[in-house]
Design a protein around this ligand. Structure first.
Ligand SMILES: Cc1cc2nc3c(=O)[nH]c(=O)nc-3n(C[C@H](O)[C@H](O)[C@H](O)COP(=O)(O)OP(=O)(O)OC[C@H]3O[C@@H](n4cnc5c(N)ncnc54)[C@H](O)[C@@H]3O)c2cc1C
Length: 412
């Protein structure tokens, strides 16, 4: 029987981060993975989508190059190359993780495992004895009755990555992060895109003003959307909506959330990342892994949410609709007021800051670089840096981060 200090199940961002940090602490680690190293994030999630999104944005930008005095003719798209580039990026990053795991002398076992008890794991007909188990087995696309994936017409976020050609039109069910990003990708590529959402607004998990802005941006980009709407039935590729309308899309992407993988009843197992059913984001999994292996604090309520594309959307902390009226101050700065936004020709969006007792309690950003801007806010929030103290900082000009600085003086 092979013996280890730590057995980790799942080599996604949670699992491989836990393995690397534990090994750095001198632990003897075995890491089990039934599929590809890198998990959903690298193979089916964050990285492939952002690589395809990047090209779609570039494609759209080139088509608008005349706005900048550049003429480009005969712009064509080779989607096969888009997919090849995506696969190369995944492979390159995977090799990097595999090398880091090898250099850290982490034993990798490619197998689907079963936990026997809190100190024994069975894989490939062998038993591994471990002092501790971290389970980072992630999540899978949610399946609901009537919208079961057939992998041809009704597609999951995994299937959509395997489409070899772009459809003429697509229906996306669900306007969470995955639905919004794919709507942007398809629309950028010129695919007629429709998105339906059961809640009252698109991106219902966001601050209400963010949701409304996204709706406006979708209208401008001719992405058709329905809110307060669900699918009543699908017969022969004909989709009847709850409002009575009938759509006949070429493909449907079902993006209505993800189900955590099954946990065992066995005690003394540490679960991290998507499997916990808390925040299903790669950086959440990574931070949980580091908190567990390095004993570094993690304020989970300050986990940033980011949705990519133009403009980026990012937020942290409380939403305005969750605050009691008259208990907070707010500033909303349109990014069109910023020199940098005008220079870049990217003027759609805002920076919204909410404060209570001179401290930021929430920030909601729709802007280029929102993913980076939100980190500035998190540093201030986590360290209780007051608005007055933040005003002492010198922000560079012209930048989008100046918008944060300006906002500090406009809280009402
Ligand atoms: C389309 C899409 C886009 C996304 N974009 C982003 C983004 O931009 N930013 C972001 O932060 N997050 C994003 N996410 C979410 C992100 O991918 C997940 O939050 C993240 O991968 C969770 O990491 P994890 O380590 O918990 O689990 P996972 O990455 O799911 O890894 C779990 C691993 O465990 C393995 N496993 C499961 N059971 C067993 C078993 N019994 N034995 C052996 N191995 C097992 C699986 O094969 C898998 O490799 C996206 C997700 C999707 C689907």
């Amino acid at each position: 029987m092979q013996e280890y200090d730590l057995g980790i199940i799942g080599a996604g961002p949670g699992g491989y981060s836990a393995a690397l940090h534990a090994a750095k602490k001198g632990l003897k680690v075995v890491l089990f993975e039934k599929d590809e190293i890198g998990g959903v994030c690298l193979n089916k999630g964050c990285i492939p989508t952002k690589s395809i999104l990047h090209i779609s944005e570039l494609y759209k930008q080139i088509q608008k190059s005349q706005d900048f005095g550049i003429s480009a003719e005969n712009i064509t798209l080779d989607y096969t190359q888009v997919l090849e580039r995506k696969n190369k990026i995944i492979e390159r990053l995977r090799k990097g993780i595999e090398l880091a795991l090898k250099n850290a002398k982490i034993q990798i076992v490619k197998a689907e495992v079963k936990i026997i008890n809190s100190n024994e794991i069975s894989a490939n007909n062998e038993t591994y004895k471990v002092s501790k188990i971290i389970c980072a087995t992630g999540s899978t696309p949610k399946i609901v009755s009537g919208l079961e994936f057939d992998h041809e017409f009704l597609l999951s976020s995994d299937d959509i990555l395997n489409l070899e050609t772009l459809p003429k039109n697509i229906l996306i069910i669900g306007s969470g992060a995955i639905g919004i990003e794919w709507a942007r990708i398809f629309s950028n590529f010129g695919v007629e895109t429709t998105i339906i959402e059961l809640a009252q607004n698109l991106l219902p998990i966001a601050d209400i003003e963010v949701s409304k802005r996204i709706e406006r941006i979708f209208k401008t980009n001719k992405i058709k959307y329905y809110t307060n709407t669900s699918v009543e039935k699908i017969i022969n590729k004909s989709v009847t909506l709850s409002n009575g309308e009938i759509l006949t899309p070429e493909k449907i992407l079902v993006a209505i959330g993800r189900t955590p993988t099954q946990k065992t009843d066995i005690e003394n197992i540490k679960y991290i990342g998507d499997v916990t059913g808390q925040i299903q984001l790669a950086h959440f999994a990574i931070k949980e892994a580091i908190a567990e292996t390095e004993d570094i604090d993690f304020q989970k309520e300050l986990t940033p949410s980011v949705i990519y594309g133009t403009p980026e959307i990012a937020w942290v902390g409380k939403r305005e609709q969750d605050l009691e009226p008259n208990t907070y101050k707010k500033s909303l700065l349109l990014i069109s007021a910023l020199g940098k936004a005008q220079c870049d020709g990217k003027t759609d969006g805002f920076i919204k800051i909410l404060t209570q007792n001179d401290n930021i309690v929430g920030a909601h950003i729709v802007s280029p670089e929102a993913s980076a801007l939100i980190q500035q806010i998190i540093i201030a929030m986590q360290n209780n840096i007051s608005v007055e103290k933040l005003k002492e900082i010198c922000f560079a000009h012209p930048t989008y981060s100046e918008g944060i600085f300006e906002s500090l003086f406009n809280l009402k």
